[in-house]
Design a protein around this ligand. Sequence first.
Ligand code: PGA
Length: 249
Amino acid sequence: MRKPMIAGNWKMNKSPSETVALIKELKEIQVKTNADVVVCPMTVSLFAAAQALKGSEIKLGAQNVHFEDKGAFTGECNAASLKELGVEYVIIGHSERRQYFGETDETVNKRVLKALEAGLKPIVCVGESLAQKQQGITNEVVCLQTKIALLGVTSAQIDDVIIAYEPIWAIGTGMTATPKDANDTIRAIRGAIREVFGFASERVRILYGGSMNDKNANALMSESDIDGGLIGGASLVAEKFEKVINYNR
Ligand code: PGA
């Protein structure tokens, strides 16, 4: 009942012209799954991406959004401007934002609420560190992150929320969680959502992210609760991203 989603997080890669070139390649892909395909370029490349995506089923996402409408927040970007550009999704609380830019569970929550208010669909990232994994507290960590991120979200809004479970130790390292471990953690996250939102938790899409690629996408996507992927490195090369999108080969 949950529509799969394959989202590319391009991080700080691809200038506007490179973005257009990659989108041109991606538009050639014949999507053989029923997945929603999303690309999330740098903020400065979003305008070019929106133009290049015209006439395509591929959807546009941003990598962050600020929680205020406007004002003295140098370097930030507001939700209304993203909407104006045709952005539909926005990644919030990526571990790189948390690690390098002081993002906290509280600011993640504020950004989620603002995104939803503006009609953007947040892709909320949660994930444990290697130390937390080794201590055996993965589920506690990600469930708490999820609950805080969703504080104040209404039952009418929850269907627009996407969660991405991204173990920090798996991001950009080539180390992937085993499909079973990823599925178990995602089930725990779904359980945490159920505590607050009841049966609607069965409709919330929960993605896996962290070195997901053309080789392991099929195994990950075969699990009961993994509804898609947030793909970094492998989304920057059209042939690789195509194989992730068509994970059911
Ligand atoms: P990766 O990045 O696929 O390069 O590990 C995933 C992410 O950070 O979203």
